[in-house]
Ligand binder design. Structure first.
Ligand code: ZN
Ligand code: ZN
Length: 335
């Protein structure tokens, strides 16, 4: 977490923007409620505090339109120290996004995709080699960890195990996962991962999966939400996990009130560009996709939508996401 001084600065500016009064003593739940009720904009917080290092997104991602010529993995440099990779829809309809984040001493590969084969290792190894060469640096340690342990995010782990470059492939067993991140009281405490001159905050965000985390990059202000929030089907699988889902959303809203969030980045895209256009889960060809990146205020929109359901969660299509409690009955499946 940032120092108290940094927190105070952010909080002070946020309070100045939104006129909410001192929030420091509030629990995430109460702070999230306060932000929701105030009509405050998390986008304003981000706008007032540009990140140290900005980046860009491609005009389009591979989306299953041309399986003869699409690369199996599309690589995009968000900036020179952060890469976004997308697995082709032609290789797996899940087409997950994978993130490679470089610090001075360590690089983090967040997720390994949905297939046990394919060129992910070679792709990442090449990016690391390029990065080292550009910096005239001899070595960087590669850590392989996961947004959560669903199969479409961990299937490529075996490609990385035992490689000299790779110091850690984080286990899929929950106690080991939580210990790796440094949680003692998951999900209520927060942790950090220091890549060397670059610190990521690690928030416990169960609801979609009981080992889910959200990472915040203090350098770019990107928030990596895994499958909890993204432009697609926000799956919650059991009634028992629904309160966790809502609590995680509150945690993220409270966090984004105190830390500028430039973009919310999940691991899939399953929405079209037009409002409320959702692709059925399992769709391979997704012409005219929604962009991957969402603005910070999406956290408020998802929380508001989930809270409005009260005790009766149900499938509900919104402009840029679908609340999809699987236990309440599906909407459209195509897989
Ligand atoms: Zn998942
Ligand atoms: Zn997934």
């Amino acid at each position: 977490m940032p120092s108290m001084r940094e927190r105070g600065v952010l909080l002070g500016l946020f309070v100045g923007l939104c006129g909410l009064g001192a929030q420091r003593a509030l629990a995430p739940r109460d702070l999230a409620e306060r932000v929701l009720r105030s009509g405050a904009s998390l986008n304003d917080v981000a706008r007032e505090h540009p990140p140290e290092q900005a980046g860009s997104f491609p005009a389009a991602w591979v989306h299953g339109a041309d399986c003869a010529s699409d690369p199996l993995i599309q690589v995009h440099a968000y900036n020179e120290d952060l890469y976004v990779l997308r697995q082709s829809k032609c290789a797996t309809f899940e087409a997950p996004f994978v993130y490679l984040v470089f610090g001075e001493e360590r690089a983090l590969l967040l997720d390994t995709g949905a297939t046990a084969d394919g060129p992910l290792w070679e792709t990442v190894e090449g990016l690391v080699a390029q990065w080292l060469e550009r910096r005239e640096q001899g070595f960087v340690e590669l850590i392989v960890a996961h947004s959560h342990s669903h199969g479409d995010h961990v299937a490529g782990d075996g490609l990385f195990a035992g490689r000299e470059l790779v110091s850690t492939v984080v286990t899929l067993e929950r106690p080991g996962v939580l210990a790796f991140w440094g949680f003692e009281h998951y999900p209520d405490d927060a942790a950090t991962l220091d890549l060397g001159g670059r610190v990521l905050d690690v928030l416990g965000t169960p609801g979609h999966k009981d080992d889910g985390v959200t990472l915040y990059d203090r350098r770019t202000h990107l928030l990596f939400t895994g499958d909890l929030v993204y432009p697609g089907h926000l799956f919650v699988f059991t009634p028992e996990e629904w309160p966790d889902f809502v609590a995680s959303l509150r945690r993220l809203v409270a966090f984004a009130a105190e830390h500028p969030v430039e973009h919310v980045l999940g691991c899939h895209v399953e929405m079209g560009a037009a409002p409320r256009a959702s692709f059925a889960y399992g769709t391979v060809r997704q012409d005219d996709e929604h962009p991957l990146q969402l603005d910070a205020d999406v956290l408020l929109r998802v929380l508001e939508a989930a809270e409005a359901m009260g005790e009766t969660p149900r499938c509900e299509v919104h402009d840029d996401f679908v609340i999809h409690p699987v236990f309440a009955g599906g909407i459209r499946w195509n897989g």
